[in-house]
Write a protein that binds this ligand. Structure first.
Ligand code: Z5A
Length: 216
């Protein structure tokens, strides 16, 4: 038995965390066993690494290389502790970010050597690769506006990665576009400027036939 592995990708504020639960709900209504995770994180070890990467007071001096390795340490744990066993049980796994984030953020954003980034990802995931990746594409100006509105309604929590400058996020967006161009079959690009319902429908049009053929 082989399950189905779907990942969501995109820049900050592109709507991943909004769309993931909507897709999960719909798949569960169809009677499927669905597991949902986020990266970095998803396991007790991964959640500690997430705190170190994003919020720890000790992280201000973190190097790009340490960031690359920590992202992939969290991933290596998630793949072996959770994803592989769930896929072996025939379940559907939905992950909010996976290795394309590393390509985009550490490869393009932090400008680490892309071949090195690929080697580290390979070590972390082996042959556990998404069957489908949904890339929510949103112009940076729109995502900045969405994040400003969200910040206005939430208490401030420092996030080291969000402190990067605009040029960094422009490179991240370019990294995603190049990843999508290199793997057009796996990475399906969704226009994320529409309403939540429009995006949900666009996602469902891609996911429903895949689920029907792969997990019944
Ligand atoms: N990272 C990395 O560098 N390398 C890696 O390998 C991995 C990750 C795996 C994870 O942060 C950070 O780690 C991330 C990349 C890096 N860093 N940054 N910066 P996270 O998990 O905390 O955050 P995120 O993944 O970037 O999620 P996010 O900022 O919450 O964005 P989102 O999930 O895509 O968006 P959202 O929360 O669903 O929506 C944002 C707001 O827009 C919210 O107020 C919504 O209500 C609103 N929204 C959503 N959809 C719409 C539509 N359609 N119209 C209008 N408004 C909307």
């Amino acid at each position: 038995m082989k399950g189905l592995f779907i990942t969501f990708e995109g820049t900050e504020g592109s709507g991943k965390s909004t769309q993931v639960p909507l897709l999960v709900e719909r798949l569960r209504e169809w009677g499927h066993a669905v597991c949902i995770f986020r990266e970095p994180g998803g396991t007790p070890i991964g959640e500690e690494i997430r705190h170190t990467l994003k919020h720890s007071h000790a992280n201000a001096a973190m190097t790009a290389e340490a960031e690359l390795l920590l992202m992939n340490a969290s991933r290596a744990q998630l793949v072996r502790e959770i994803i592989r066993p769930a896929l072996a049980r025939g379940e559907i796994i939905i992950c909010d970010r996976f290795f394309d984030s590393t390509t985009a953020y550490q490869g393009y954003g932090r400008q680490l050597n892309l071949a090195t980034v690929r080697h580290v990802i390979d070590l972390a995931v082996g042959d556990t690769r998404p069957d489908l990746t949904l890339l929510l594409r949103l112009p940076l100006t729109v995502s900045e506006e969405r994040l400003r509105s969200r910040q206005a309604t939430m208490p401030f929590i420092r996030d080291r990665i969000e402190e990067a400058d605009r040029a960094f996020f422009e490179r991240v967006a370019k990294g995603y576009d190049e990843a999508a161009a290199a793997e057009p079959k796996r990475i399906q690009v969704i226009n994320a400027t529409g309403t939540i319902e429009e995006i949900q429908s666009a996602i469902w049009r891609i996911v429903a036939p895949l689920v029907a053929t792969r997990v019944g």
